[in-house]
Design a binder for this molecule. Sequence first.
Ligand code: ATP
Length: 255
Amino acid sequence: MTACAIEANRATKTYLSRQDQVEALEPISFQINPGEFVSFIGSSGCGKSTVLSLVAGLIPPTSGEIFLFGRPVDGPSDRISYMLQQDCLLDWRTVEENITLGLEFRGLKNKKTAGHARYLLQELGLGHTLHQYPSQLSGGMRQRVALVRTLAVQPELLLLDEPFSALDYQNKLHLEELLVNVLKGQRMTVLLVTHDLEEALALSDRIYVMGGHPGHIRRTLEVPEEIRQATPLSARDRPSFRPLFNELWKEIDQT
Ligand SMILES: Nc1ncnc2c1ncn2[C@@H]1O[C@H](COP(=O)(O)OP(=O)(O)OP(=O)(O)O)[C@@H](O)[C@H]1O
């Protein structure tokens, strides 16, 4: 039997500071298989980013366990690549130097891997920006460059924390389409944290709805086939999309 890509087994998190302690997560358990695209949604402060940080090995759980490909998480892993709301591009490096940054950090930069990074840049419609600097690009273009940098290391697990939330609606849809196209045919597992219910529904195989303080999973939604098979743009026109969106909206509203 193949191991789960991610398994959380009654994991909790309590943040401790000198004056205070914040119980961020009640025991939560979930399993994500290799190749699945899974989203965590929920109101502000319900623990979505905490889940992501636990999976990324940036913080340890207070109790319970997190496994990555069958092994306990005990720190950051090279099998993971992370993309955040801020593009975190280095302004003094060209686009080409930015997209190969992750490869350099991991000691993986060579002719072949750098060529793949340039191929991804081309796929995302930015081949012409190779020798430009981030300050010469629009917000949507910068975020595309950040996506290329994240994908260039060919991670087995992609963690996305509100990656498109700073973009306008049109750019966001465009980037969702590009992401799905790039992922097609790859067996990359994706974990997305987002406030955007439409985005979660249009992209995911499964959605975990989180709520409460401390945070917990209040509902698990397997996204229907008719939405999953559609592109992110056309998914929004499928008959089951709007009713499910409304259900999720009510679910989140109650928190
Ligand atoms: N480093 C920290 N120290 C103390 N408390 C923290 C820390 N990080 C998060 N928290 C608290 O833990 C809870 C969950 O935070 P988290 O950032 O995981 O929520 P979230 O659902 O991602 O929120 P948002 O959608 O607003 O980003 C919140 O009450 C938050 O204040």
